[in-house]
Design a protein around this ligand. Structure first.
Ligand code: NIG
Ligand code: FE
Length: 391
């Protein structure tokens, strides 16, 4: 056991983790194990000196979608901007076309292979948003595909993102589309398919007033709130998320200090998505120092999606959070474990201690900082979810 109070990882050396009925039953140095603890184990996994962390929790993804956007990316490399492409009917709307024409099986199949890679790299809980259907049936089909992915053994938390973009058939009738989200999508999704509701508060998305309506309707149906906020401009989305009692505000590149202060006061977490910052070649960074100062929890996620963050690698997101946003490797790990669970309302995981869910990842690294140091690293040696070995 490390006695250093400076150790941000809470390291326990030569440790034993006893798992029973899907929960952590005992954890500590092997030499401290009460008599019989080790002998009582029915199965023994020797991790050969690897480091064990909580299973990773990816609290913001758009893992279910049809098609890709490689062509759009080539155009962006040639100078077109993400916003120009969106305003010309490409971007999110091009993924909407591909997703609407995909069957449930197509959606599951595509997302499953991406999720399998995430599991290889230690992910045991993933949040998945809708938002590429933009009509009730297609939004619900996305959520159903996401729920189906629970059969991989990971926990899937689902979020309705009906207010992601204005679909072409509602051009000129913004209020009509928000009515559809609030009056039909939310009530239907809240009936077992979605755990939370999200909206894209942005010039190319929805206004703060429109997002307020969506979060209010979600709350009225028992859905927790999330918000894509201040990614490309400062619409004071962070303060809006805080005011609405959302569990998190996400992206936050343009968030101002008052927004950070409001988030802290409301207990609203900052979900940092450095993959989108990197892939869109953004230059404006989230106000990390203000978040630290006010005590806003810093969560890190992949934002896995075909347009702004085509990645399936949680460790790359951790590396980017450190290199691009200045997090410490310990902050990046906490942002994908301990601090990420509460954003999904899952307080039963993300820490290796007795009573928590036995979601664990074991790594062939010499120190936990290496998880963020390698730009991707190597797959986990073992991945355990709910006490069951997935890898
Ligand atoms: O989180 N910002 C909005 N939504 C996604 C990207 C969607 C897309 O481009 O397909 C995001 O970055
Ligand atoms: Fe997103």
């Amino acid at each position: 056991m490390s006695d250093s109070t400076e150790d941000p990882y809470g390291t326990v050396r030569n440790a034993v983790v006893l798992v029973r009925d899907g929960l952590i039953d005992w954890v500590g140095a092997a030499s401290d194990a009460p008599e019989g603890v080790i002998a009582s184990a029915r199965e023994d996994i020797d991790l050969g000196g690897g480091w064990v962390t909580p299973g990773l929790i990816d609290a913001h993804t758009h893992l279910v979608f049809g098609g890709t956007r490689a062509g759009e990316w080539e155009r962006r490399l040639g100078g077109a901007s993400y916003e120009d492409i969106a305003r010309a009917g490409g971007g999110i709307l091009s993924t909407v076309r591909a997703t609407r024409s995909a069957s449930l099986d197509d959606l599951v199949l595509g997302a499953r292979s991406r999720l399998e890679t995430m599991i290889d790299f230690g992910t045991t809980t993933v949040e998945i948003k809708s938002g590429y259907g933009l009509e009730p049936e297609a939004e619900l089909r996305m959520l159903e595909a996401a729920r189906t992915l629970g059969n991989t053994g990971v926990s899937v938390s689902t979020t309705l993102l009906g207010a992601h973009a204005l679909p072409p058939e509602f051009q000129g009738d913004r209020a009509g589309y928000i009515d559809l989200v609030c009056d039909e999508m939310i009530p239907r999704a809240a009936d077992g398919l979605a755990d939370a509701v999200d909206a894209f508060c942005e010039g190319i998305g929805f206004t703060p007033e429109e997002c307020t309506r969506v979060l209010e309707a979600g709350a009225a149906h028992g859905l927790a709130g999330r918000l894509h906020a201040d990614q490309l401009s400062d619409l004071e989305g962070a303060a809006l998320a805080a005011r609405m009692g959302a569990r998190s505000a996400d992206h936050l590149e343009y968030t101002n200090e008052a927004g950070a202060e409001a988030m802290a006061a409301a207990g609203c977490a900052a979900v940092l998505l450095p993959g989108a910052f990197y892939f869109l070649q953004e230059t404006r960074k989230p106000p990390i120092e203000a978040f630290r100062e006010y005590g806003v929890p810093l969560v890190v996620a992949t934002d896995s999606n075909p347009g702004s963050s085509p990645t399936t690698h949680p460790l790359v997101a951790m590396n980017q959070a450190c290199v691009l946003f200045g997090l410490t490797p310990a902050e990046a790990l906490a942002g994908m474990t301990r601090l990420a669970g509460p954003v999904l309302g899952l307080d039963d995981r993300g820490v290796i201690e007795a009573g928590r869910r036995a979601d664990l990842a074991c790594w062939a690294v010499g120190s936990p900082a290496e998880l963020s140091y390698w730009m991707g690293g190597t797959p986990a040696m073992a991945v355990i979810a709910d006490g069951r070995r997935l890898r």
